[in-house]
Ligand binder design. Structure first.
Ligand SMILES: Nc1nc2c(c(=O)[nH]1)N[C@H]1C(S)=C(S)[C@@H](COP(=O)(O)OP(=O)(O)OC[C@H]3O[C@@H](n4cnc5c(=O)[nH]c(N)nc54)[C@H](O)[C@@H]3O)O[C@H]1N2
Ligand SMILES: Nc1nc2c(c(=O)[nH]1)N[C@H]1C(S)=C(S)[C@@H](COP(=O)(O)OP(=O)(O)OC[C@H]3O[C@@H](n4cnc5c(=O)[nH]c(N)nc54)[C@H](O)[C@@H]3O)O[C@H]1N2
Ligand code: SF4
Ligand code: SF4
Ligand code: SF4
Ligand SMILES: [Mo]
Length: 810
């Protein structure tokens, strides 16, 4: 690296060298020289607005803003000459002159960088005439408050919004003294593109942007770096702690995943940890009602029941479900508990269940590779909502010139970033993907010549652009256009989600893998992930899978073959298809023990409920969707008498006379031994798949209902509805219907409707949108008030869509 690219300058009398292209500020920092800044942030491009980073070039006497001045050979820089210090003082005085004297009551307190710098420079009384303030803006959202009288125009918020999360919600409006960062037409944030990701708030150096409706006030006494418990992105978060409470969440300091950004759930969704609804004691059913008991009683009873069932009915009458939310170490213990203590292979988890189609995929790509791609294909995934950190990286890539091929049956937030939007009919993706592959092969755009290639080429014969148009509805020219774009790219990145895995399953994933191999350099990212779905799935993959799947467990329970279950951190009575049937199945068990943080629909059916500690109350690791194993750190003591799942499993095993490994080192060693034994993956080969048209809808159900995630809630809603601000912002479910369908059916937004499928029914209020193809509806999952899962059953071919009809109820 050294040599031609190295530049040497004199910095405060000392010779230092850096790479060409570095700024004076960067080299100074690298050399341990501190220069004050307000508008600079390591995650944003240099901007040169606050000018506090001024330094003196001693040969020319010029004062330079070091953040935007590249190093040049022979420079002689002084970062603290009298002229520099005087200039900085004046700048701070000018900022304070237009700043209100409300420091004593400002929420930013001693985290305000302006106040800190003023104190360090000894700037107190202001000699300048005061400049009038801008008023606070009235906002109804529960997340963010803006008091622009405190704004110093550093533009960190604007750059965070435009460069980092690429939402485009705010920009400067007006000129001169009236200039300020604002939304389009100066509307409240909730009327803009703002997603309340909180990234701008975390970056604002003053009290101009701050958290609203704080859940706890106080000066932070400790900061703990850990990992977000919601989606599989695995963003790094900093938990600011006081009195064993999380006061605030900020983006993790050095996370390679989120680079200083968060989403609304990670930023404002943490207070479920302190919800008064948390389970703080074990519960046991006495005369039909759950009552608090001691751990000793709860574990004794559980062990006794497990022994009894095992002796009476045999080991296969027991099963374990859990958990894609628990740590890797806890997942290992749970696997061991099922196999060695209970003696059964009946163990499944959400990570494996909902992502089982993913095992076939090629090497997983990374966010870093995604940002370097020149063509990105997103298929059946909605990352702007379901995995915001992926959405940010993707939008940044598009801003840098990457082309986006979006394959979705609905219009999503990503459409405005899209080069080609392919809109296939629901469940027809395999035909489309095979069609893309055929164009690439026929036009000899790929030079793949492996021994499995001829058979693959032959398998594509039927998928001419004309045929693909006929079965998917995507115009032939668009298939060709997209195929040429993919084939012509240097680096392709493919992101797929539940629109594939829960629609066309394993075959859909194989088709994508084939396409990726054709495009040569493509990396694949599978999106459908919870915080540790990938880790949980990987760990269960270390054993031969020979037991019941989660859905089979429910069927066997209903048939009376399964007698006892342990469920850890999954809520099937609410999130599985046809919850009322699942509830019946679980209620018919002789013994159900549930470990959760809350009394969920599932826990209510249990004989014994064990209170689990939250992510903030335990140590361990989560594996994010890229495969990155990240440290989860205990920040506070577990609520009440709750315990981390790992400890619960160890305790329960010992009641059953089994000694579990309990030290992290011991667990890590055992995992490694197991991993070494597991067979290594075969190299990627083409695996031809054929399109089968989706099953015909039963008569009388003319509409197709899609289900999916929405930004402000998560999973079955247990946690996000215990987060006060998320619940307040988005309290109730709805059903979306296209403008033309609404007109045809005489529906408007004041109506409530009944949605009826052959399996069950749900009710919701109507929202009219322009995002849906004719004959299609959309309902979000995650709302406890919504019975959307009742519309599906365990045998449903798809979890994403079903045939329905509508009835107006009001
Ligand atoms: N029709 C339809 N159905 C669907 C879907 C759909 O799109 N359409 N999506 C499906 C998908 S992909 C998924 S993943 C599921 C989601 O469904 P679930 O995974 O059941 O839902 P969650 O609410 O995310 O989490 C379950 C429970 O884990 C608990 N929990 C969280 N952390 C911990 C912990 O550390 N320890 C313990 N013990 N408990 C913890 C929470 O309190 C919560 O009660 O829903 C599925 N159902
Ligand atoms: N906010 C939020 N984020 C979440 C979650 C949450 O509950 N809330 N859950 C997490 C979990 S567990 C998961 S699994 C992931 C899911 O993450 P995603 O897979 O990204 O999200 P979904 O909303 O399930 O569906 C993705 C898209 O598939 C499209 N689609 C439906 N059917 C088809 C089809 O036949 N073909 C094509 N091409 N597209 C189709 C839908 O229109 C939708 O835009 O999100 C994770 N992130
Ligand atoms: S909260 Fe996020 S989306 Fe909203 S203005 Fe700030 S950076 Fe943009
Ligand atoms: S609101 Fe904050 S981040 Fe935005 S320009 Fe003003 S001081 Fe800077
Ligand atoms: S993108 Fe996912 S991991 Fe990141 S803050 Fe949001 S929910 Fe948490
Ligand atoms: Mo999922």
């Amino acid at each position: 690296m050294m040599g031609m690219d190295t530049i040497t300058i004199t910095l405060n009398g000392v010779e230092v060298s850096g790479q060409s292209g570095m700024t004076v500020l960067e080299l100074a920092r690298e050399s341990g020289v501190d220069i004050p800044t307000l508008c600079d942030d390591p995650n944003l491009a240099a901007y040169g607005a606050c000018r506090l980073c001024v330094v003196e070039e001693e040969r020319t006497g010029a004062l330079l803003a070091s953040c935007v001045s590249p190093i040049r050979p022979g420079m002689v820089i002084n970062t603290k000459s009298p002229r520099v210090l005087e200039r900085r003082k004046i700048l701070i005085q000018l900022m304070l002159a237009s700043h209100p004297d409300s420091c004593m009551v400002c929420d930013k307190g001693n985290r305000c960088q302006l106040r800190t710098l003023a104190a360090e420079m000894g700037v107190g009384l202001i000699r300048y005439q005061r400049i009038p303030h801008l008023a606070t803006i009235e906002e109804v959202n529960p997340f963010i408050e803006r008091d622009l009288s405190k704004c110093i125009m550093c533009a960190r918020c604007i750059r965070a919004d435009q460069e980092l999360v690429v939402e485009g919600a705010i920009d400067y409006i007006n000129r001169g003294f009236a200039s300020k960062p604002a939304t389009l037409n100066d509307l409240p944030l909730e009327k803009s593109e703002c997603t309340f990701c909180g990234t701008c708030v975390a970056m604002c150096p003053t009290g101009a942007l701050k958290e609203k409706e704080n859940t706890y006030r106080g000066t932070t006494t400790a900061t703990v770096e850990t990992v977000c418990p919601y989606c599989g992105c695995g963003c790094g978060i900093s938990l600011e702690i006081k009195d064993e409470r999380i006061v605030r969440v900020k983006p993790g300091k050095t996370s390679p995943v989120n680079h200083g950004a968060l989403c609304v759930r990670g930023c404002y969704g943490y207070d479920f940890v302190h919800s008064p609804e948390r389970l703080t004691n074990p519960l046991m059913k006495v005369n039909g009602t759950l009552q608090p008991v001691t751990w000793e009683q709860a574990l004794e009873q559980t062990a006794a029941e497990i022994k009894r069932i095992k002796e009476q009915y045999g080991t296969d009458s027991l099963a374990v479900l859990g958990s894609s939310k628990c740590t890797n170490e806890e997942n290992y213990l749970l696997q061991k508990f099922a196999r060695d203590v209970l003696g059964t292979g009946n163990i499944d988890n959400g990570g494996r269940l909902y992502n089982s189609a993913t095992g076939t995929a090629l090497k997983t790509s990374s966010l870093e590779e995604l940002e370097k791609a020149d063509v990105i294909m997103v298929i059946g995934a909605n990352p702007a909502v379901s995995a915001p950190a992926v959405g940010y990286a993707l939008k940044r890539a598009v801003k840098k010139g990457a082309r986006l091929v979006l394959v979705d049956v609905r219009k999503t937030k990503l459409n405005q970033f899209t080069h080609v939007w392919l809109q296939p009919g629901v469940g027809t993706d395999i035909a489309l993907i095979n069609g893309l592959a055929k164009v690439i092969v026929d036009e000899k755009l790929s030079e793949r010549e492996s021994d499995d290639f001829p058979a693959f080429r032959k398998s594509l014969e039927a998928y001419t652009p004309a045929y693909v148009e006929q079965v998917t509805g995507v115009p032939a020219q668009e298939v060709q256009l997209a195929a040429r774009l993919l084939a012509g790219a240097k680096r392709v990145s493919i992101i797929y989600g539940n629109g594939i895995t829960q629609q066309t399953g394993t075959d859909g994933v194989k088709a994508i893998a084939n396409l990726a191999m054709l495009t040569g350099t493509a990396g694949i990212l599978s999106l459908q992930r919870e915080n540790n779905a990938r880790g949980a799935a990987q760990l269960s993959g270390l054993w031969e899978s020979n037991g019941l799947t989660a859905f089979e467990m429910m069927e066997q329970a209903a048939m009376g073959k399964l007698k006892g279950m342990l469920i850890v951190g999954e809520n099937p009575a609410s999130s599985f298809p046809h919850p009322s049937a699942v509830q019946k199945a679980l209620a018919s068990l002789e013994f159900l023990v549930v470990a959760d943080m809350f009394l969920t629909e599932t826990a209510k059916l249990a004989t014994v409920v064990l209170p689990a500690a939250s992510f903030a109350e335990k140590d361990g690791t989560f594996t994010n969707f890229e495969g990155r194993v990240q440290q989860v750190r205990k920040a506070i003591a577990p609520a009440g008498n709750s315990l981390p799942d790992g400890e619960i499993i160890v305790k329960l095993a010992s009641k059953l006379e089994y000694q579990m490994p309990s030290s992290p080192q011991q667990i890590a060693e055992e995992i490694q031994k197991l991993a070494a034994r597991a067979k290594s993956r075969e190299i990627a080969r083409f695996s031809p798949v054929q399109f089968a048209p989706p099953a015909k809808a039963p008569d009388g159900y003319p509409l197709t209902l899609l289900t999916g995630t929405i930004l402000h809630h998560f999973g079955s809603g247990t946690r996000s509805f215990m987060a006060s601000r998320l619940k307040k912002f988005s309290p109730r479910s709805w059903v979306e219907i296209g403008t033309a369908d609404a007109e045809r059916l005489g529906l408007n937004e004041s109506n409530r409707v009944k949605i009826i499928s052959s399996a069950g029914e749900a009710t919701a209020s109507v929202r009219i949108t322009d995002t849906l193809p004719p004959g299609t509806l959309f309902m979000p999952i995650s709302f406890p008030d919504s019975k959307v899962m009742e519309l599906f059953d365990l045998q449903s071919p798809s979890l994403k869509s079903c045939a329905v009809r509508l009835e107006r109820t009001s």
